[in-house]
Every structure is written in structure tokens, then in C-alpha cells.
Design a protein around this ligand. Structure first.
Ligand code: G1P
Length: 294
């Protein structure tokens, strides 16, 4: 069965970005001038996904407005001689079918995904985490996972190596055998959420892209509160592995920014601005002058 649906959990409180997230969804923080969640939605579209469910909370209305049509704004842009900008703004509202459901309590990623069960019903589906912004000139990261799913027809986790000192920030997988850096896939025989550095089974972290099969919901329903007192997707995946259901790592290519972290967010903004013809030259001049003063 082809994967047609993706879930974007976006009900987090955004505490790492307070005070801006007091009234503004962290998914709307801009990378230059574009809300970061738009990049995630565009990656889904480029990967052939047909429908998205965003898991939200009561503080996320700005995000819904962003993916809607704003006729008044479009009309004013056209009246003031900016038809191209009006067209661009219009197509954001037509990118893809987006549905929304609220997670009423912040009980973690696993609980957020459970809120998607009626939307997904019995199909395999993708999960995309907004904190992981992945830039790829070639095949989008999600499409790389979907291609592997087409071969394996089982759970696929998007993984990349992280610095050993960072393993305790992530879900860390245990490969079935030593992994060559050039390997694009490997079987996973264990997974732990945010292990201690001394206990990590590898440096391969799950970085915000998953293809899950519908049996994950049974596992999530049995999952007890884990790290931070939350229902963790990683713990349900661990149950899948223990029940001998195959789980594969897709060692995807692409430059990944942790934009849930302030420094990662700044790096993404600088790198994206350096790729923009309207900003590149002045930014390079500024950085060069700044560097001399440091
Ligand atoms: C979540 C997942 C974790 C994963 C990470 C990727 O953690 O629980 O397994 O490695 O996203 O960004 P969080 O960043 O929400 O703490």
C-alpha cells in the first residue's frame, strides 16, 4: 500500500523558545521570511504525500491561517501591483489538503501520534517532526524513507550519525551489525530514548522522519509514561522490535538543522539567507566585517 498520509506533531509548548512562544507557535518562527513548518509541508508534497494531519493545541491558530487562503491580502497585493507575490501567497493555501486535530494535554510525541489514529485508520503513514529541518538538493529525506518502505513494507526510521556527546538528546538505535558510513539502510534491533552517553548502542539518531505501520497504535496504547513523564514514540518502537516486527533504519542524505535549538535555528537562518540572491551579497559583506571585530 502506498503511503499517502503524513502527520506533523505541532502541539509542543515551545519552552526552549520562550518568550516568543508565549503567544506564537514555534512552527511559525521564520527561517528568513518563511515559517519553518512550511518547509516540512513542502518536503511532504515533494515526496508525494497527499494529505497531512497537523496535531495542534489552542495556541496554534496562526499556523492554520498560514495554510489557508487570505483573499483580502491577495486582493490588496494585486491592487498595489504585486501580482507575483499574491500568486505565491495564494499557492501556500493550496499546497496540499491539511487537516487539524488538537492534542488536549501535552503528554508527549507518542500520545500526539495516537490522536491521529482515526485519520490514519489502517494505512501506513509518515511522521515528520518540525524541529528537524532537512535540506536536500536531491531527493527529499522523506522520499528516501518512502522508497525504502516500498522495498521493505515495514517500519522505517530516518537516521543520521550525531556527535557522540549529543546522543542523550535523541532516540538512539542499535544496528544489527556494524554500519559503514556509506550504508544507506540497516536493520535495527534496539532503540532507546535519550540514553546516557555511556549506554548508547551507536551514534545513529532518529532525526524526525518515520514511516510507521498502523500496528504502532496498539503499541502506543500499551506504552507507559517514559522519559519526562511522557508517552514516547521510541518506547512503542522498542515494543515493535521486541515483538519481532522488522524495523529498518534509512540512513538518509541531507543537511539537517535542529531548529528546536536556538543555535541550530540561527545557523539555518544564516545558511538559508546565504542562498538567497536578494540577501547573499550584503550578508557576506556583513559577516566579513563582523568577523574582523571578533
Ligand atoms: C524527539 C524524539 C527523539 C528524536 C528527536 C529528533 O525528541 O523523541 O527520539 O531523536 O525528536 O529530533 P525531542 O526532540 O522532542 O526531545
Amino acid at each position: 500500500m502506498r503511503v499517502k498520509k503524513a502527520i506533523i506533531p505541532a502541539a509542543g509548548l515551545g519552552t526552549r523558545f520562550l518568550p516568543i512562544t508565549k503567544s506564537m507557535p514555534k512552527e511559525m518562527l521564520p527561517i528568513v521570511d518563511t515559517p519553518n513548518i512550511q518547509y516540512i509541508v513542502e518536503e511532504a508534497v515533494k515526496s508525494g504525500i497527499e494529505e497531512i494531519l497537523i496535531i495542534t493545541n489552542q495556541n496554534k491558530v496562526a499556523m492554520e491561517n498560514h495554510f489557508d487562503i487570505n483573499y483580502e491580502l491577495e486582493m490588496r497585493l494585486r491592487e498595489s501591483g504585486k501580482p507575483e507575490l499574491a500568486d505565491y501567497i495564494h499557492q501556500i493555501g493550496n499546497l496540499i489538503d491539511i487537516h487539524y486535530v488538537r492534542q488536549k494535554e501535552p503528554k508527549g510525541l507518542g500520545h500526539a501520534i495516537l490522536c491521529a489514529e482515526p485519520f490514519v485508520s489502517n494505512e501506513p503513514f509518515a511522521v515528520m517532526l518540525g524541529d528537524d529541518l532537512i535540506v536536500n538538493e536531491g531527493k527529499p529525506a522523506l522520499l528516501q524513507l518512502l522508497d525504502l518502505y516500498d522495498v521493505k513494507k515495514n517500519t522505517i526510521l530516518g537516521v543520521q550519525k550525531v556527535p557522540h556527546s549529543d546522543v542523550s538528546k535523541y532516540g538512539i538505535v542499535e544496528p544489527s551489525h556494524p554500519v559503514l558510513d556509506s550504508a544507506d539502510r540497516f536493520k535495527i534491533i534496539g532503540i532507546t530514548e535519550k540514553p546516557k552517553i555511556s549506554e548508547a548502542k551507536s551514534d545513529y539518531a532518529v532525526l524526525g522522519r518515520y514511516i510507521l505501520t498502523a500496528d504502532i497504535f496498539d503499541m502506543l496504547k500499551q506504552t507507559k509514561n517514559g522519559i519526562n513523564g511522557e508517552i514516547q514514540l521510541t518506547d512503542a518502537l522498542k515494543m515493535m522490535i521486541e515483538a519481532n516486527r522488522p524495523v529498518w533504519g534509512c540512513h538518509f542524505t541531507g543537511n539537517r538543522y535542529d531548529i528546536g535549538d536556538k543555535f541550530g535555528f540561527l545557523k539555518a537562518n544564516i545558511d538559508f539567507a546565504l542562498k538567497r540572491s536578494d540577501l547573499k551579497e550584503s550578508l557576506i559583506d556583513y559577516i566579513k566585517k563582523l568577523a574582523k571585530t571578533l
